[in-house]
Ligand binder design. Structure first.
Ligand code: RIB
Length: 293
């Protein structure tokens, strides 16, 4: 079984603020950092750090070559990342005193996927291989269509949410989403009602719902499990969900049971939020196992 993440690579510009800027307000930041980010890159690093051999497909400009080198340093196969003429995607991230964030995205090279580049990227994959997607690149419909045609299993993290996403959901094998995305899709904010509504629409899908400070849950047609949050002092919540995603799927794909995978993922993201940055905040498997003792 091979694992491919097809997704975004961003340069994150992170500003620590007294509070998130309000409309019409000008506010000085206390600090500035330039970090490796993008939901695709972060989830790839989380998979790699959890011990999963992983390839990443996507696109960057010349200004983003350091992101590719960063992925290389974790042993990721980066041969499917294209260098294009467009500037690398970036994110402007505000962090408040509690480590909560507000993120503004510029797509750049992340929006330069074409039918041809999708076909090239998926050419080495086939039945039983896994594809992990988020919603920060274009051509998602073509990627999902071709992946299913090849017999791949598709995991979708519908983040950020958009109007075009629901049309893809009938083809998805796993859906990993947060409570806000769950509410957007179902019109309810109660976690059990969210997964009930999703399973009623997509009965064969496996759902992982993260609930912020409330924890996380898993549901399929037969089983439902809940994992409480691991309480820590957060300094930066950026990439907490990405860390959860990578550790959860490495664990499930290596044959662990769902309750263990939820616990591993919860501990991994609890460590990530105590550290600044996105890709750089993701712990190693050893650090997570040490925390679980
Ligand atoms: O999930 C966190 C990520 O969202 C950041 O790294 C930022 O680049 C945006 O893609």
């Amino acid at each position: 079984m091979k694992m491919l993440v097809f997704g975004s690579l961003n340069i994150d510009h992170t500003y620590r603020m007294p509070h998130l800027v309000r409309a019409g307000e000008t506010l000085a930041s206390a600090s500035y950092q330039r970090n490796a980010g993008g939901k695709g890159l972060n989830q790839t690093i989380a998979l790699a750090r959890a011990g999963q051999p992983v390839s990443m497909a996507g696109a960057i400009g010349e200004d983003g070559l350091f992101l590719k080198a960063y992925l290389d340093s974790f042993g990721v196969d980066t041969s499917l990342i294209r260098i294009c003429e467009e500037a690398t995607g970036h994110a402007i991230i505000q962090l408040d005193a509690e480590g909560q964030n507000a993120i503004m995205l510029y797509g750049g090279a992340n929006q330069q996927m074409t039918k041809e580049s999708v076909s090239d990227a998926l050419s080495g994959f086939g039945p039983g291989d896994y594809l992990l997607l988020q919603n920060e690149i274009n051509c998602l419909d073509e990627i999902v269509r071709l992946a299913k045609e090849k017999g791949m299993k598709v995991i979708l993290n519908p983040s950020p949410m958009s109007d075009s996403l629901p049309a893809l959901l009938p083809q998805v094998d796993w859906l990993i989403l947060n409570e806000v995305e769950g509410a957007d899709l179902t019109g309810t904010s109660d976690p059990d009602a969210i997964v009930d509504a999703l399973l009623a629409r997509y009965p064969a899908c496996r759902i992982v719902l993260t609930l912020g400070t409330q924890g996380s849950m898993y549901a399929d047609g037969e089983n439902r499990y809940f994992q409480p949050v691991i309480k820590v002092e957060a300094v930066d919540t950026t990439a907490a969900g990405d860390t959860f995603t990578g550790f959860f799927f490495q664990s499930v794909l290596s044959g662990r049971d769902i309750p263990y995978a939820l616990r591993l993922a919860a501990n991994a993201s609890a460590i990530a939020v105590t550290r600044p940055g996105a890709g750089g905040s993701i712990p190693s498997l050893d650090e997570v196992l040490e925390k679980m003792k």
